[in-house]
Design a protein around this ligand. Structure first.
Ligand SMILES: O=C(O)CCC(=O)C(=O)O
Length: 281
């Protein structure tokens, strides 16, 4: 739960960094989901003959990087979503700590998971994974005037050297720009002339820290200049009563004290992804 000062800071700036907010079990589950995703990617490289072995002896902070270099630096899904779906991802999305923080920020106990969540396996020397300045509402315009809180957490310490996020405070009035496709990365983002006006604050974070920001808060990731993987996850929540169409599409009601039967089960949610092929967004 947030302190009154943290809550005021979020309201005034559009973001709040919560040190040591996450329990160890949540990070352990996130790592397990990401290891499963990583095994799938490396299995594809093995099958395509790009690597000779799966490098299972290499540690989690290095393995994707080392195998990616050996494989000739192929492109892979930079924001996997469908391939994270399963029981553990459901447990992460419905973790009581995340739901309590969401309830605090959204001002309601009836919380829906927004259907856009991601992992970001970011390596050095990969311009195409460098997320440019954007507002999340540029990706779901129906939330321009509906509070959707994004929550971002790293699986290791992040600094300006290994791709921490930067946020620009005090821009919650509206969507600053409908969005352009960034020339270098293809990510949708703010137009260059708007980016120039933003003052970025680097949010350096430890494992177990959480960064929360609103759907209109401009943010970006700095490049990863380390020689290790920068692992992170981002998840989103909205008030069930005001849930958006884009949020409901692959999202679900996660907490509803007045009507517990409205909460969607893991099996029902997972079934809604079954028609999407592996690798789909
Ligand atoms: O992790 C990143 O590189 C970008 C994250 C982001 O932009 C988001 O969570 O909205």
């Amino acid at each position: 739960m947030l302190t009154p000062d943290q809550r005021t800071f979020y309201d005034q700036t559009g973001y709040v960094h919560l040190p040591a907010a996450l329990p160890v079990d949540l990070l352990t589950m996130a790592e397990s989901v990401l290891r499963r995703w990583q095994n799938g990617i490396i299995a594809q490289w093995l099958e395509a003959g790009l690597v000779e072995d799966a490098g299972e002896q290499v540690g989690f902070s290095q393995r994707l990087h080392q195998l990616w270099i050996r494989a000739g630096k192929p492109r892979y899904s930079r924001s996997p979503r469908r391939d994270l779906v399963g029981k553990q991802m459901y447990q992460i999305l419905t973790h009581p700590v995340l739901l309590d923080i969401a309830a605090d920020l959204l001002g309601t106990q009836s919380i829906s998971v927004h259907g856009i969540f991601n992992a970001r396996p970011k390596l050095p020397d990969q311009k195409w994974t460098d997320t440019p300045w954007h507002q999340d509402a540029q990706y779901y315009r129906d939330a321009e005037n509906t509070h959707v809180v994004s929550m971002w957490f790293p699986l290791q310490r992040v600094t300006e050297h290994n791709s921490c996020l930067q946020v620009a405070a005090g821009h919650q009035q509206g969507v600053l720009h409908e969005g352009v496709d960034d020339e270098e990365t293809g990510f949708r983002g703010l137009a260059p002339e708007i980016r120039q006006e933003l003052t970025g604050t680097s949010i350096e974070m430890d494992r177990r820290d959480l960064l929360c920001f609103g759907q209109k808060t401009p943010h970006r990731a700095l490049p990863n200049r380390s020689d290790t993987v920068r692992w992170s996850m981002d998840v989103r929540y909205e008030a069930t009563a005001q849930s958006t169409e884009s949020g409901r599409d692959k999202g679900f009601v996660a907490r509803h004290p007045a009507d517990p039967a409205a909460v969607e089960s893991c099996a029902s949610w997972v079934a809604r992804w079954e028609d999407l092929p592996s690798g789909a967004y």
